[in-house]
Design a protein around this ligand. Sequence first.
Ligand SMILES: [Zn+2]
Length: 262
Amino acid sequence: MPVEEITLMAGFKVDLADVDESAISEIHRLFSEYKRIVNELIEYAHSHGTTSYLRLWYAKYHELRQRYPTLPSHYIYTACRCAASIYKPFMELKRLGMCEKERPAFKGRAIWLDRPLFRLDAENRRASIVLHGGRWVTLRLLHGRYHDKFKGMRVLVMEDLKVYKEDKGSRELNGRLHRWSYRRFQRILEYQAKLHGINVKYVDPAYTSSICPICRGELSQSPNGCRLMKCWRCGLEEDRDVIAVKNLVKRYYEEVMNAKTS
Ligand SMILES: [Zn+2]
C-alpha cells in the first residue's frame, strides 16, 4: 500500500540532572567531533565539486572510520548527508550570485540523528542517543502541552490519490483527478489532523464507490437521486461519497487485520 508521510517537528529541551558527568562530556565530545567531520566533508565536497552525499560517503567513509574508530559508523553517514544538505543549497545560491563566501561552514551545535543513533520513548518522554563505543545515554525530555499531541495518535483514513495516477484509464478516476487541488487540500488536512493528535493513513481507493460496503454487491445509480448509489443485493442506498468513505475505512481495517495475522 503506498503511504505518504508528513513529518511534524517538535523541539525539546533535555534535563541533564540525572545524567552522569562522563556521559555529559561524551555528549560534548560527540558534538564537537561531528562538527569537525561535517566541516571536513564540506571541504571535500568543495574541492571535488560534488554535492552528492553518496559520493562523500564513498570517498570518505573508510578514512573517517579509521580516524574515529569508536564513533558509531552511522554518524559518518548522517554527517555526509548533513554536509551535502549544507553544501548543495549554498552552491545554488552562489551560482545565482547571491553568496559571496567561498564555501560554507558548519558552525552549529547540531547532529543529524536518525534511527540507528536515536530512540524516542514518547510515552515516557525519554530520548536516547548512542555515544562513542556504542554506549547509549537516555535523556529526560522537558515538554509542554504541544508535545502531548504526539501521544496515542488516532487514525484518519484518506484515499491514496497516487494510485489514480498509475491508472489513468479509470473512469472513476477522471472526474476526481481534475480536482487537482484536492491533493493539496489533503495535505493541509493531514497536517491539521496530526496537530490534533490524529494520524493519517492512505488507502487504495479503487472501486470504493462502486462496491457495497455491507455485502460487497455491485452498486449502481439509484433512481432516487443522481448522487445516490443503490445495492440491489442488500438494498443499501446512500450518497456515493459516504459509501466511498465507508469502504476506505473498512479497507484500512482489513489491511491492518491482514498485516496482524500474516
Ligand atoms: Zn449490499
